[in-house]
Design a protein around this ligand. Structure first.
Ligand code: C5P
Length: 253
């Protein structure tokens, strides 16, 4: 399937654009990675961000703070959408049980890592949750993959993992915006692509496979995950609003 539209000088390769046509409210396309170490800090940040962020990703750091599920409820009471990013990776039975624990928690996305059996176990008991398969962490580049024993390039590994995950019944994948065009070109437009590793400005941290907001969407992302560029900004609310403005200009309704 080829869903590419010509769009000179805006997309990944050869002037292609894979802008999402899914019915997602534009302001929900920005997912903020709430990577802080206490629930109090998290609540203060959510209050500060107010309507500039509708969708929150809660990762390992916040999980280890304690009070994770009460905090999910707190967010839900405020109309926020919740992404549980704990990257479940264990024997299939354990992953299945972990996914089942999220039943009726009002969670939208959960991430799972691993081989076919692990993904199958997660999908089997998803109960309305959307399962996102982690492909290759955006902090890893080709030489890191070599160190881990993979003899293929990043794009091939992302593609083969995504293809398998979707066949198994996952709702989408986590992929850097760099590999998204290949996924759209060769797998299609139905499944979800959630792209972390977004750097609105020059990158100075551990993320290696980064793109900016506009490029991530033109390359086919349905959602972007942004953490530090908002959290570490002088004015996080303004940083998030600036990203929302960019998203709004791409997805005019
Ligand atoms: O701060 P930054 O914008 O790099 O945040 C990226 C977030 O996305 C982090 O919470 C990280 O755990 C997450 N993530 C990632 N790469 C993946 C999956 C999740 O960077 N493949």
């Amino acid at each position: 399937m080829n869903h590419a539209k010509t769009n000179k000088d805006q997309s990944g390769k050869a002037g292609e654009s894979f802008l999402s046509t899914k019915d997602i409210p534009p302001r929900e396309r920005l997912i903020f990675a709430l990577d802080v170490s206490s629930i109090d800090e998290a609540k203060a940040l959510v209050e500060q961000l107010d309507d500039s962020v509708m969708f929150y990703k809660l990762g390992l750091q916040l999980f280890m703070a304690g009070g994770y599920f009460e905090f999910i409820e707190w967010l839900r009471e405020r109309g926020k959408i919740v992404f549980v990013d704990l990257k479940f990776f264990d024997v299939p039975q354990t992953v299945k049980s972990a996914v089942m624990q999220l039943k009726n928690r009002g969670v939208y996305f959960v991430t799972v890592h691993g081989n076919d059996k692990i993904l199958e176990a997660a999908v089997e008991h998803k109960n309305g949750l959307k399962i996102l398969a982690v492909t290759v962490l955006t902090s890893l580049d080709e030489s890191d993959l070599k160190d881990l024993g993979f003899q293929c390039n990043v794009e091939e590994l992302v593609y083969s993992r995504a293809k398998r995950a979707l066949k198994i019944g996952c709702d989408g994948v986590i992929s850097s915006g760099l590999e998204a065009p290949r996924l759209r070109r060769d797998i299609g437009e139905q499944f979800l692509i959630v792209a972390p590793g977004i750097r609105p400005v020059k990158n100075v941290d551990d993320q290696k496979r980064t793109v900016d907001v506009k490029k991530a969407f033109l390359n086919g992302a349905d959602y972007i995950v942004v953490g530090r560029p908002i959290r570490e900004a002088k004015d996080p609310h303004k940083a998030a609003e600036d990203i929302q403005k960019m998203i709004g200009s791409l997805f005019i309704r």
